[in-house]
Design a protein around this ligand. Structure first.
Ligand SMILES: NC(=O)c1ccc[n+]([C@@H]2O[C@H](COP(=O)([O-])OP(=O)(O)OC[C@H]3O[C@@H](n4cnc5c(N)ncnc54)[C@H](OP(=O)(O)O)[C@@H]3O)[C@@H](O)[C@H]2O)c1
Length: 341
């Protein structure tokens, strides 16, 4: 079996990574179509060595397309995902638009791959927020062993999490500082070069930001509605790779050593945890990798049954494109093949 795949948002940082990962993982494609806005008509993107001409989403007919990977923002997904699904494509969406809809499964394959079966209700499967994806990959095996009650997480999120414009802004501001040019701010509210900004997405009434709310709500939907989670999400001047300092309170006792052994065996996780200088992962080292890395595993003695961890992953990969392609792989292996048979 091979599939016709459309990548919507193919000129963006996530879309380009989707094309790379489909190619790297040899996803069985009969054809790959690159779609973006009219602004990108005539541009080219790469699928392996092959150049693909970008087509306009609004002129595209999804009939005959098996899988549509969307990463073109919430408004585009809100409007176009149902149209693509109605024309017969299964949509795997990276935006936040469909994540909390009751009849749309929200999937991290290492955690809840079986829930993909629910895609038949709307023809749409949602990918979580980048910070949530890597977090639940690390939490799941620990939850299975000792039941998580509460999580406190602080994130250190790279500028590529804000798309192409975020990357360009950090690059330009950094150069401007070295040549004494004025600093331009468009994407971020304050200077991001040589700074950190405790604000991602919009503010909500209770003082949390939407990014922080997403981590709470999505963790409940993917892993367990009983888990309480509070987050502080911070943008940092790193190009690729989100880091998270995580404190977990469990129902049952669990030692750091046991947690390290469990995580070392867990799917999608790589433990890098030596208690010495450099014996931990940093975002620079995780960029381009598939894994969610866990370091600094230690007992938090300020609560009963507490652990503290450092969790790092490539936000464009596990946080977005890789997770979407992994969903497509499960969909193809378990569902579409059967449907075609
Ligand atoms: N970056 C991350 O780490 C990350 C992680 C998880 C989820 N996401 C989600 O993924 C989506 C894309 O993010 P990104 O970071 O790749 O952003 P980006 O670099 O800014 O790329 C945006 C993409 O969307 C396309 N697009 C925008 N408006 C469109 C329209 N009306 N019709 C068709 N295509 C349109 C753009 O095409 P043009 O070039 O033609 O404008 C471009 O290809 C967002 O929903 C984001 O929330 C991102």
């Amino acid at each position: 079996m091979s599939y016709k795949v459309a990548v919507v948002g193919a000129t963006g940082v996530v879309g380009r990574e989707m094309l790379n990962i489909l190619h790297e993982r040899k996803f069985p494609v009969s054809e790959v179509v690159a779609l973006a806005s009219r602004r990108s008509l005539g541009k080219e993107v790469f699928f392996g060595d092959k150049r693909l001409k970008v087509q306009a989403l609004e002129d595209f007919d999804f009939r005959g397309t098996d899988i549509a990977l969307f990463s073109a923002g919430g408004a585009t997904s809100g409007e176009w995902a149902p149209k693509a699904a109605a024309q017969g494509a299964v949509v795997i969406d990276n935006s936040s638009f469909w994540r909390m809809h009751e009849d749309v499964p929200l999937i991290v394959p290492e955690v809840n791959a079986d829930a993909i079966a629910g895609y038949t209700r709307r023809g749409i499967i949602a990918n979580p927020n980048c910070s949530t994806a890597q977090l639940v990959v690390a939490l799941k095996p620990l939850h299975d062993r000792a039941r998580i009650k509460r999580v406190v997480v602080s994130t250190y999120q790279s500028v590529s999490g804000a798309g192409n414009d975020g990357v360009v802004e950090l690059e330009r501001q950094t150069k401007a500082i070295f040549v004494n040019d004025p600093i331009e701010k468009k994407k971020f509210t304050k200077q991001i070069a040589f700074n950190v900004i405790p604000h991602i997405d919009v503010f909500m009434e209770d003082g949390f930001t939407k990014e922080e709310w997403k981590m709470m709500a999505e963790t409940k939907k993917i892993l367990d509605p009983k888990i309480k989670l509070t987050a502080t999400c911070v943008r940092v001047p790193v190009f690729i790779g989100h880091s998270e300092a995580v404190n977990i309170e469990f129902e049952d006792a669990i030692t750091a050593e046991e947690a390290r052994d469990i995580l070392a065996e867990a799917p999608g996780v790589q433990v890098l945890d030596r208690r010495e200088p450099g014996g931990y992962i940093t975002p620079l080292e995780c960029a381009g990798d598939y894994n969610t890395f866990v370091s600094r595993i230690r007992e938090d003695i300020t609560v009963e049954n507490g652990l503290a961890l450092w969790v790092v992953s490539d936000n464009l990969r596990k946080g977005a494109a890789l997770n979407a392609v992994q969903i497509a792989e499960v969909l193809a292996a378990r569902h579409l093949k059967k449907q075609a048979a």
